[in-house]
Design a protein around this ligand. Structure first.
Ligand code: M6R
Length: 368
């Protein structure tokens, strides 16, 4: 059932190209220039135009997908978005109005915290849209609208293909909302859709080099602390990379917005500490590179993840560089997370841990 892979996690990492294709299927117009979610979303154009704010609510990895979702929806559909952890959202008296769209994200659709937040949102009169991987799950049943991610069953406790398919769902949703609200030109939709169609093959090309991450993961596994840094969407992906590493390798790590290091965390940088730096956002290249220099100057061993075409520039400032295929900046999370998944996988193995069933964790958390 592991289809020749040693672990479910590795199998699921390799299933991502298919998961991307399946999640896009039937949702992109035959002309390749529009996105159709009218089967999933029952709102009229007028209702979509009436949305005044969006709240994205989820836990763990799904929350991290929601961080990317915030940027996607804000930049394409120009609606203010807040992303919250479900266990916090519910108890902080969020301002929920009838023109608030609450988006809950849950792989299993059974997470108690997320379900409770969904019910709270509905009690307050909001419309709830679920992004879930399980058809007929509690979250799917209770939501008004459902976008199913077609990642297929995810067995490993550490979420991989469910996260990246949630990203695809957010891209589709952002484009759809933007079309309905008239905040995007058709040419831009076509450009993004075309780039989305290339993602599965691009993931494939990262997977072809999966072994590259083994050596570096073995080196990382000897450390007890490390940092992930990035700016913008790279920071969102850094947070997911850090969680992945913690949950299966038990190595303590923290993700930092690269520009924030000098406001405190830089004190923790000492000789040899690994820092994994994501440098995929063109507008922020220079800024991130200057933050990399700050940690290098304090002795950090920096591993850079950079876009193809920019890796030589990054290589000048870091110790080791890994390149990922080039796509639009908004879409890079769907690629840059893959090396981080592989790194965590190999670090967990190197430490002799049970990759698929890490200690203290369950696949679905049905208690609050
Ligand atoms: O099923 P859900 O997406 O609602 O689960 C949410 C989290 O419990 C889950 O993403 C958790 O953080 C994973 N173990 C992360 O890999």
């Amino acid at each position: 059932e592991k289809a020749g892979f040693d672990h479910f996690m590795l199998k699921e990492i390799h299933e991502q190209p298919k998961a991307y294709r399946d999640t896009m299927m039937g949702r992109i117009g035959a002309d390749g220039k529009s996105v159709t979610l009218s089967k999933e979303i029952g709102m009229t154009t007028e209702q979509i135009r009436g949305i005044s704010r969006v709240h994205i609510v989820a836990c763990g990895t799904a929350f991290h997908a929601g961080l990317v979702g915030k940027t996607v929806i804000e930049s394409l559909a120009r609606i203010p978005v807040e992303t919250d952890v479900a266990s916090e959202y519910r108890y902080r008296s969020p301002i929920i109005t009838p023109d608030t769209l609450v988006i809950v994200v849950s792989q299993s659709g059974e997470t108690a915290d997320t379900l409770a937040a969904l019910r709270e949102a509905k009690r307050n009169g909001a419309r709830v849209l679920a992004i879930t991987n399980v058809v007929g799950s509690s979250v799917a049943r209770d939501a008004d609208d459902v976008i199913t991610t077609w990642a297929g069953p995810e067995i490993a406790v550490a979420s991989t293909k469910a996260y990246s398919s949630q990203l695809i769902a957010f891209y589709l949703l952002g484009l759809y909302l933007a079309q309905e609200r008239g905040t995007i030109e058709q040419a831009q939709v076509a450009e993004i859709v075309e780039a989305m169609h290339r993602l599965p093959d691009q993931v494939e090309s990262i997977l072809e080099q999966a072994e590259l991450y083994k050596g570096v993961a073995e080196a990382v596994s000897k450390h007890d602390n490390l940092f992930f840094i990035g700016r913008g969407l790279d920071f969102a992906v850094a947070q997911e990379g850090s969680l992945k590493l913690k949950e299966i390798s038990y190595i303590h790590s923290e993700a930092y917005a690269a520009g924030e290091l000098k406001h405190g965390t830089l004190a923790l940088i000492e000789d040899g500490i690994p820092v994994i730096a994501l440098v995929t956002q063109e507008d922020l290249y220079e800024k991130t590179l200057s933050n990399i220099k700050e940690v290098k100057a304090r002795g950090a061993h920096v591993l850079g993840i950079a876009n193809a075409g920019y890796e030589d520039e990054v290589a000048k400032s870091v110790d080791e560089t890994f390149s990922i295929p080039r796509t639009l900046p908004l879409l890079t999370p769907a690629l840059s997370v893959v090396p981080l998944q592989l790194l965590s996988y190999h670090a967990s193995l190197a430490r002799g841990n049970d990759v698929d069933k890490p200690r203290n964790l369950a696949k679905s958390v049905t208690v609050e």
